[in-house]
Design a protein around this ligand. Sequence first.
Ligand SMILES: [Fe+2]
Length: 206
Amino acid sequence: LEHFIEDSNSRIFTGTKGSIEGPYYVPDAPNLGSKAKMPMREDEKGTALIFKGQVRDLDGNGIEGASVELWHADSDGYYSQFDDGLGIPEWNLRATFSTDADGNYEIETIQPAPYQIPHDGPTGEFISSYDGHPWRPAHLHLKVTAPGKRLITTQLYFKGGQWVDDDVAGAVKPELILHPRPNADGIDEVEYDFVLDPVSEKRYVA
Ligand SMILES: [Fe+2]
């Protein structure tokens, strides 16, 4: 249901495409400014990733002080605060960033792993009924907004990643696929810009 509402909604806006929020969002993650490293364990496993870009309005102007909230799984596919007793620290791989005067942000993190949605009970029976699988491709979750702008809730995926073409949640869109490349220091880096619609009176249309 969440998927179909989001998909219908996104057709009437022109900014960055949205996607489903999913069940692992926690509000009020710490704010780390415009350029920072995600909270992570000292021995956090996974491939390093520099994720950066700009938040703009529909006219192409960078927005200062836009809020970029990022949360994602670790390299074993687990989220902090939903870790099945694994002891992942609170707020691990969760933070909020505020864009600088030009609307830019830059985040140091690690690449998450694919994970399986819970598939015991009715969900598992449903997946089995069409011979499916419970896997989601690796993804970053984001909420991006600014004063007077529409909040975008979205997910970003990794080109060539496992399950990108066969997501159990059906939440992948071509515009939401990242293609990180090694930077001068050999660290995978990718730029992604967000474009925010103004808050408006637009409503669903049949
Ligand atoms: Fe997720």
